[in-house]
Design a protein around this ligand. Structure first.
Ligand code: URA
Length: 322
């Protein structure tokens, strides 16, 4: 397969996954496709992070990963000049990163002084209620009971179990994902499937375990066949998430994936623009990173995800030192 074909296939995978930007780059997938003379792909809707990947696609991705190729290598082979990897940290990432880049050490949001990390979106004010007025749920237990009997959207009809969230009710760090998948639906617990196993490793990389943190999702019932949440479902379900954050009062929030980030930050901005910044959610620093399911498909993103969670770790350490 020549380099051009490889690049085309690579971009198709990214586009199918609903991604519009290449990591750390201003070149959009559509622009790159246009350079290649490929179609616009407007017909292909975004795929949910943990939706099944076509067999051919998996093989290509795995083969690329095993040869240590990321999109920069593919672009280089195609005769293009990809942007430097210097934006990425070269700090070793034992549990998360797949390969150590050879670029010189350059400060990124993982390592630069916290007051120099770009500030992002500011939502609400410190201490102000976020759940839209007084909430009927005075505790996580009450909230869990309300989720269990929730009929505000149709998802409860097909779900086997509600998945309100799990972890330390006084967690300093809250992880927010998208929606339960099949394993989560079976067990009634968030992030217990393949993506959850990777989440455990991500947490371990910043010296945290599931019992230290609270893990939840934007949606509390599984969308059938892991389809994307609809705007109505997000609207119906997000008061639960907002109240969870009010009750837990974490020091840091990590939004895993586009849905969590866009819901909490009330934006349509893509994940590429939301990463690498410290956002504020009612006075709580919020860091955006890739969804673990997306990392399973794109091992080259583990390095930037490592940078993101390092930033979260440092924000936590700062909160604990003041
Ligand atoms: N993906 C999510 O976003 N959440 C889960 O709980 C599992 C997979």
């Amino acid at each position: 397969m020549d380099a051009r074909e490889k690049l085309r296939r690579f971009l198709e995978q990214r586009r199918e996954a609903g991604e519009t930007e290449l990591v750390f780059d201003s070149l959009s997938v559509e622009d790159a496709m246009r350079i290649l003379g490929a179609g616009t792909g407007k017909e292909a809707g975004p795929r949910k992070p943990d939706a099944p990947v076509a067999a051919k696609e998996t093989v290509t991705t795995e083969r690329s990963a095993s040869r240590g190729e990321d999109w920069r290598a593919i672009l280089r082979e195609a005769g293009a000049a990809p942007p430097s990897t210097q934006e990425h940290s070269t700090t070793p990432a034992p549990a998360v990163a797949s390969a150590a880049p050879s670029a010189p050490v350059v400060e990124t949001h993982a390592t630069m002084p916290l007051d120099q990390v770009p500030t992002g979106i500011v939502i609400g004010e410190p201490g102000k209620k976020s759940a839209g007025g007084p909430s009927p749920y005075g505790s996580l237990e009450e909230l869990n009971a309300a989720v269990a009997s929730c009929t505000l959207c149709p998802l409860y009809k097909e779900a086997k179990n509600p998945v309100p969230g799990d972890g330390n009710p006084r967690a300093q760090l809250v992880c927010v994902g998208e929606a339960p998948g099949a394993t989560e639906d079976e067990k009634g617990l968030p992030f217990v499937g393949q993506a959850g196993q990777l989440l455990d490793k991500i947490l371990a990389a910043i010296k945290l375990s599931r019992k230290d943190v609270f893990i939840c999702n934007v949606l509390k019932h599984r969308p059938p066949a892991n389809r994307n949440p609809t705007p109505d479902e997000v609207q119906a379900c997000s008061p639960f998430l907002l109240r969870q954050l009010e009750l837990i009062q974490p020091h840091v929030i990590v939004a895993f994936g586009t849905f969590a980030a866009q819901t909490l930050l009330n934006t349509r901005e893509g994940i590429g623009k939301l990463r690498g910044k410290v956002h504020q959610y009612h006075g709580v620093p919020l860091v955006v990173t890739y969804h673990p399911a997306a990392l399973l498909r794109n091992p080259a993103w583990k390095r930037p995800a490592w940078d993101d969670v390092q930033l979260a770790r440092r924000l936590l350490d700062r909160a604990n030192s003041t």
